[in-house]
Design a protein around this ligand. Sequence first.
Ligand code: GLA
Length: 391
Amino acid sequence: MKRSELLNGFEDVFGYPGESVFFSPGRINLIGEHTDYNGGKVFPCAITMGTYGVVKKRNDNEVHAFSGNFPEVGLLSFSLSDIEYKKEDNWTNYVKGMIKYIQEKTHPLEHGFDLYIYGTIPNGASLSSSASLELLTGVIVKSLYNLSISQLELVKLGMRTENEFLGLNSGILDQFAIGMAEKGKAMLLDTNTLEFEQVPVDLPEHKIIIMNSMTRRELVDSEYNTRRRQCEEALAQLQEVVSVDSLGELTEEAFEEHKQVIDDEVLMRRARHAVYESIRTEKAAQALKEGDLETFGQYMNDSHVSLHEDYEVTIKETNLLPHLAWDQEGTIGARMTGGGFGGCCIAIVENEQVDSFINNVGESYEKEIGHPAEFYIAETEDGTKEWVEND
Ligand code: GLA
């Protein structure tokens, strides 16, 4: 994306030049899915696909916002004195939520701003376009008004926006990955303590391929909230016999010893996924640190099977892609990534096999599903920040 294109986009909409440019990445989660609201481990990295924003302060207290991706939606505006959720405010609800909570945390903003955004993350692809926009807003507002608020606070307010403003009871994975990332690294994050370690993702002989199923099921949010509730119920039953605050604290042995107290087979499987996935994530990150990519890939595959069988968050399309990937020469591992019910899968593939991988998986997928998948090579990226001229 060119800076000049973004600045032109701003000027076309607002009729005067924009001032500063910001970038907020998307994310992939290498492993550790549906563990973040269970006090478990996650292992995401930020990617170069993301959301750009051009801004300039206004003199009144309004925010005017335009997305180059949705020109048909037109210019959306709201006043800083009225920042409640409104369906018709469309994508600016994420902006509103962030502003609302930042004001609560700091002080009321004196002026609004004009905002032009352009995103390169495909919509509904489970690559966190919403968290990307939340952090973009946070970093913009912090910079425009010189607020003393840390990046970690913004990460937490992003999650609060999702939970309280939008009603999705998600964990902190997406906002943390996007806000705290370092290029060339993935973060092994303990969602219980928020302690984390930046682990180099140094794969000179491999590529991480994102496979977009180009499918999204309806009711994703309600299914997501249901999974979270099921884990909470399973935890409550386990807490009658074992003293833990979250599923992420259980060892495999402790879970196997006590799982019979869970009175429902579905709840037991949900909890089993959460417990094993968190442990798997820690072991996988360790394998990567030791340069043992084969073992890392095996954990990715195990993660996928668990998400399919125990957690049931795959759909036909996102279960097919890893299976096709596993059949290809040069595949180290493959799994769905993100919340599930559609969206993207990822695979680690040997450099020389990337072209044939994309051809073969793409062809078989289209034959079976009836529409094509999309493929992107993932590149890691830094967390949300201002894009200064000489970058
Ligand atoms: C979505 C949520 C995250 C996380 C993942 C599953 O991306 O926003 O908090 O729960 O699903 O790992």
